[in-house]
Design a protein around this ligand. Structure first.
Ligand SMILES: NC(=O)c1ccc[n+]([C@@H]2O[C@H](COP(=O)([O-])OP(=O)(O)OC[C@H]3O[C@@H](n4cnc5c(N)ncnc54)[C@H](OP(=O)(O)O)[C@@H]3O)[C@@H](O)[C@H]2O)c1
Length: 243
């Protein structure tokens, strides 16, 4: 059992979630990071060493979420930091989008955040301190053709952020979103060269962002000095969109 503050980061096996897990462990948190496979969870444990642990989670499954919290209670204190980072895309134009493409993305990105956030609230309210960070996306504000499901999930996460922020503020718990722009990860690797070039033309800083730059924003929102910031969405997008 560790006495360090536990931070739970979903989707910590790669990309932005891995950078957030690494950064929060450097910040002194005991980090529980999740992956969908046991191999991925093992790799997180190997990466974090004494500073954390990897566990398996399918955020779309309520049973898997329950199992995750049972395992956390055996190895760490109740999480007082939660980063809802796990997310997927299943792009299609709305006219061609299947029911499953719509519902799998909403169920993972938005309902997944609900499933994981609800169980951590009790511990945070009891401690009268907590940090919930939801990883949204710049397209939650901009919209994006071919991503109606994904954009809806990310816009929904912002509304979720604001509502929960109001519910728990009186207990010292802050709830914010970080909205990345175009970041170098497997998710953007899937974009065509033309799509990437078209996006880069619209980014004033003229480059893609790094996962570590998103992690730095999350680190700030988890910190003590960020205690008066709640209900906000922090854009990390190279100037692509000004909130
Ligand atoms: N990359 C960008 O430009 C960008 C821009 C804006 C917002 N974002 C958001 O940032 C977050 C991370 O994106 P990324 O680019 O780092 O993505 P990524 O490289 O594709 O990684 C996705 C992560 O989510 C996990 N995951 C997928 N399905 C899951 C499920 N059902 N249950 C639990 N975990 C699941 C994956 O686990 P496995 O490794 O086990 O599959 C992986 O750790 C997402 O919410 C994404 O929408 C990314």
């Amino acid at each position: 059992m560790t006495e360090r503050v536990t931070a739970l980061v979903t989707g910590a096996s790669r990309g932005i979630g891995a950078a957030i897990a690494d950064r929060l462990s450097e910040d002194g948190f005991f980090v529980v990071g999740t992956a969908t496979s046991t191999a991925g969870a093992g790799a997180i444990t190997a990466r974090l060493g004494e500073q954390g642990r990897g566990l398996q989670l399918d955020i779309a499954s309520p049973e898997s979420v329950s199992e995750l919290f049972a395992q956390i209670s055996d190895l760490a204190t109740a999480p007082l930091v939660l980063v809802n980072n796990a997310g997927i895309t299943k792009d299609n134009l709305l006219m061609r989008m299947s029911e499953s493409e719509w519902s799998e993305v909403l169920d993972t990105n938005l309902s997944g955040a609900f499933r994981v956030t609800k169980p951590v609230l009790r511990g945070m309210l009891k401690a009268r301190w907590g940090r919930v960070i939801n990883v949204g996306s710049v397209v939650g504000r901009l919209g994006n053709p071919g991503q109606g499901n994904y954009v809806s999930s990310k816009a929904g996460l912002e509304g979720f952020t604001r509502s929960l922020a109001m519910e728990v503020a009186s207990r010292g718990v802050t709830v914010n979103a970080v909205a990345p722009g175009l970041i170098v990860t497997d998710m953007t690797e899937a974009l065509s060269e033309d799509q990437t070039a078209a996006m880069l033309e619209r980014i004033p800083l003229g480059r893609m962002g790094q996962a570590t730059e998103v992690a730095a924003a999350v680190s700030f929102l988890c910190s003590e000095p960020a205690g008066y910031v709640t209900g906000q969405t922090l854009q990390v997008n190279g100037g692509l969109f000004f909130a």
